[in-house]
Design a protein. Structure first.
Length: 151
């Protein structure tokens, strides 16, 4: 459906390197609707929940300090197949394996500096949106571009 939602976060390096406008541009121009956005310092407790499936990995401590090294641009996007399409816009987890044309493929080299996060399933998107945003921080509005995006 056209109301599927995903959580996309520009990580601290993406914010500091001024890549966030490029991320917003790519998601917007693909046809997705921005329904939530905020610049925020992620708390350790939130990150432990966000990355709970990775807590036993050796890279977990460095992942947490990376994610707390500066502000994160947290966003929520809505549209057809947005979770899977969003992952395609991001590219592979390892930027060395991300195709040119993807965000990580165009702007990153190291796994621990891969500039952006995207939910990997509709279920994790719902969990992550609830974790990062309060209900009243998400906005409902009619996108004037929808008639030109959807048949
Ligand atoms: P993704 O961010 O593509 O969803 P993930 O959820 O498996 O990937 O891992 C979360 C982040 O953790 C990832 O963006 C970068 C880091 N990471 C994952 N695997 C790693 C590894 N083998 N070595 C170092 N960092 C890793
Ligand atoms: Mg993931």
């Amino acid at each position: 459906s056209n109301t599927e939602r995903t959580f996309i976060a520009v990580k601290p390096d993406g914010v500091q390197r001024a890549l966030f406008p490029e991320v917003l541009r790519r998601f917007s121009q693909k046809g997705f609707k921005l329904v939530g956005i905020k610049l925020t310092f992620a708390k350790e407790e939130l990150l432990r929940e966000h990355y709970s499936d990775l807590q036993s990995k050796p890279f977990f401590p460095s992942l947490l300090s990376y994610m707390m090294s500066g502000p994160v641009l947290a966003t929520v996007w809505e549209g057809k197949d947005v979770v899977k399409q969003g992952r395609a816009l991001l590219g592979a987890t390892n930027p060395l394996q991300s195709a040119p044309g993807t965000i990580r493929g165009d702007f990153a080299l190291d796994m621990g500096r891969n500039i952006i996060h995207g939910s990997d399933s509709v279920e994790s998107a719902e969990k992550e949106i609830a974790l990062w945003f309060k209900k009243d921080e998400l906005v409902s509005y009619k996108s004037e571009m929808y008639g030109w995006i959807y048949e």
